[in-house]
Design a binder for this molecule. Structure first.
Ligand code: PMP
Length: 365
């Protein structure tokens, strides 16, 4: 295989519950997983019903163009349906963007401590990746702008960012969009957008009408509770969408996922319940971290990055101590943050289990 493929470090997903149960001799029912920024309420009932109805047609291929889901998204975001691209999760969208807009000799710009798939998508093409140092664990947009050179074709921005939870206010993003050269595509990855408080929200779908080089990426994996189904989408003008569609696999979003996504999109009560739980869980975590004297990065997502020690083994050590107690979180050494753990916000009881287990782990460590 090519050298640039050999150089890729594989993505490290959160450990599955069944694997931890086996490895540590635990009962699956007692394991708490706060590792993958999943929705603690699981799949909305509305989506379960929609899938049950769609199951009868599983002998057929899915709608290759996702007509109904695109129509629903078009209505929701007030953009034409042909501005929307559906993805097998938003990871698929990120990869389609890299494939469609960048070739080998060209470059991609993204921030240190930003989402791991930007590096993977870039490296998989053998493209040049320019990693811009973070500022306060978040994106430094001025430095990112300065890093764009003649060969740059794509910039990735995660807002809020994973794994740090940082957020860039809308006006700063728009100021950045105004300055980026017109031949550079900006992928604005808003996987955690639905967790933003109303006062932090901004209208990126409206920006797409104004900036022909903007592609907004969203997912059904987080606030909508459909991570296992793999559905994401992007909004961009037809010039970009047309290129993405050329490199897309024809049936990249399965029928159950399409049906469930439409139902979830219309389930405002589910989103609201999730947002309320998330806000309360965030308070529960930061109160505990403050009591335990642990540094954390203020988060705008459904997870918190917390520093569990000063030495570079701290994250791995505390992670192991948590696993032994049946609590799965995410070490972030692969992001260059070996003293930290990323903890997803769960139900109040799950959060309480994590807090108690963390206190015990730190006492032993
Ligand atoms: N972007 C960000 C910032 C993420 O954190 C994630 C999930 N880890 C994704 C995209 C991809 O999520 P999915 O493929 O499930 O839509």
């Amino acid at each position: 295989g090519p050298d640039y493929v050999r150089a890729i470090a594989p993505y490290q997903a959160g450990k599955p519950i069944s694997e931890v149960a086996r490895e540590f001799g635990l009962d699956e029912a007692n394991i708490v997983k706060l590792a993958s920024n999943e929705n603690p309420f699981g799949v909305p009932d509305s989506a379960k019903d929609a899938m049950a109805a769609a199951a009868a047609e599983l002998g057929r291929y899915p709608d290759a163009n996702g007509f109904e889901l695109k129509a629903a998204l078009s209505k929701r975001y007030d953009v034409p349906a042909d501005w929307i691209t559906l993805g097998n999760g938003s990871n698929d969208i990120l990869e389609l963007a890299a494939k469609a807009f960048v070739q080998r000799s060209e470059g991609i710009v993204y921030a240190q401590y930003s989402f791991a798939v930007y590096a993977l998508a870039t490296q998989g093409l053998g493209a040049r990746h320019i990693v811009v140092p973070a500022k306060d664990y978040g994106h430094d947009l001025d430095a990112m702008l300065a890093a764009i050179d003649g060969e740059t074709k794509l910039v990735f921005i995660a807002n809020p960012n994973n794994p740090t939870g940082t957020f860039i206010p809308g006006p700063q993003i728009e100021a950045f969009l105004k300055k980026v050269p017109a031949n550079v595509v900006v992928v604005l990855d808003e996987a955690y957008n639905e967790y933003l408080k109303p006062e932090d929200q901004y209208d990126s779908a409206a920006w797409v009408k104004q900036y022909p080089n903007l592609l907004v990426s969203r997912t059904f994996s987080k606030a909508y509770g459909l991570a296992g189904l793999r559905v994401g989408f992007s909004i961009a003008q037809p010039k970009l969408t047309d290129l993405m569609n050329r490199v897309r696999q024809p049936f990249n979003v399965n029928s159950l996922a399409q049906a469930a996504a439409i139902a979830a999109l219309n389930d405002a009560a589910f989103l609201e319940k999730g947002a309320r739980n998330n806000a309360a869980g965030y308070e529960q975590f930061v109160e505990a971290f403050e009591q335990m004297n642990l540094e954390y990065v203020p988060s705008y997502g459904n997870f918190v990055l917390v520093k569990v020690g000063e030495d570079p083994q701290a994250g791995a050590r505390v992670n192991l101590a948590l696993l032994k107690q049946g609590v799965i979180v995410r070490p972030v050494g692969n992001y260059g943050l070996p003293e930290w753990l990323r903890i997803s916000i769960g139900l109040p009881q799950e959060n309480a289990v994590l807090i108690a287990a963390l206190q015990k782990a730190l006492g032993e460590a």
